[in-house]
Design a protein around this ligand. Structure first.
Ligand SMILES: NS(=O)(=O)c1ccc(C(=O)NCc2cccc(F)c2F)cc1
Ligand SMILES: [Zn+2]
Length: 265
């Protein structure tokens, strides 16, 4: 089978062929985050702010893998995540984005059915587990919280100066499979809202094959602003079949018996 993607021929509705968990899994991601009514997110006063320690990355690769663009620092990076719903410390692995070809679609998670134009995923793995000692092993470990992904919605507004080094690099990785070593330092902390207090959290999966059900998801309520020009820069990145990547987002999956917790009222 052709490698998975987001077209009619290889998109989310076909992934079950190589990845049965797509249809049989009961903790698949993304989901629609419902804030009122029966199955809505439930306020949990025990949920603490998320704590990130992201010293500026000095060595990293920026890659177009044909289904997203990904920023991956060298293995030595010391960036860590803790707090929030987590009981362990997590190591930063990479960040990447999901986006649409217009401002009314693009995010993977939705809020009461509303999609944002894009979503940023900061991927981490549990560095304190005795069962694995790398990201790859964590994904394959069957540990329900082997990974923690922080999701941030992007919305169109003012130019985001902190993300400019990334959006300015998109033209350099236009072709699928191309990568560049990131020039200089990148301060990821500056991209995020100061306070990481208001978020939804639930147990889910990778949103792309192998769709492993090993992710503690933390999706922040407050979107990050980017300019129209910055959004357009994502939409010019190619998918390896001579077309721009437009709509590299999976539709929402059934909640099943899961509950979503909210750290805010
Ligand atoms: N969108 S998301 O945040 O849910 C997500 C995060 C990471 C990956 C990933 O690393 N895939 C490649 C990969 C690498 C090593 C081992 C794997 F199993 C694997 F899928 C996929 C989806
Ligand atoms: Zn993602």
């Amino acid at each position: 089978m052709a490698p998975w993607g987001y077209s009619k021929e290889n998109g989310p509705a076909t992934w079950h062929k190589d990845c049965p968990i797509a249809n049989t899994g009961v903790r698949q991601s993304p989901i629609d985050l419902i804030t009122t009514g029966q199955t809505c997110a439930k306020y949990d006063s025990n949920l603490k702010p998320v704590i990130v320690s992201y010293p500026a990355f000095s060595e990293a690769t920026f890659l177009n893998n044909g289904h997203s663009v990904q920023f991956q620092p060298s293995a030595g990076n010391l960036s860590e995540l803790s707090g929030g719903p987590l009981t362990k410390k997590y190591k930063f692995e990479q960040f990447h984005f999901h986006w649409g070809n217009n401002d009314s679609e693009g995010s993977e998670h939705r809020v009461n059915g509303k999609m944002y134009p894009a979503e940023l995923h900061l991927v981490h793995w549990n560095s304190e587990s005795p069962n694995f000692s790398s990201f790859q092993e964590a994904v394959g470990s069957n540990d329900p919280h082997a990974l923690c992904v922080l999701g941030f919605f992007l919305k169109v507004g003012a130019e985001n100066a902190s993300l400019k080094p990334i959006t300015d690099l998109l033209s350099k990785v236009k072709n699928a499979g191309s990568s560049v070593s990131f020039p200089g330092k990148f301060d990821l902390k500056a991209v995020l809202p100061e306070t990481l207090t208001d978020y939804y959290t639930y147990d889910g999966s990778l949103t792309t094959p192998p769709l492993a059900e090993c992710v503690k998801w933390i999706v922040f309520k407050e979107p990050i602003e980017v300019s129209t020009a910055q959004m357009e820069a994502f939409r010019a990145v190619d998918d390896g079949h001579g077309k721009p990547i437009t709509g590299n987002y999976r539709p929402p999956c059934p909640l099943h018996t899961r509950t979503v917790a909210a750290s805010f009222k």
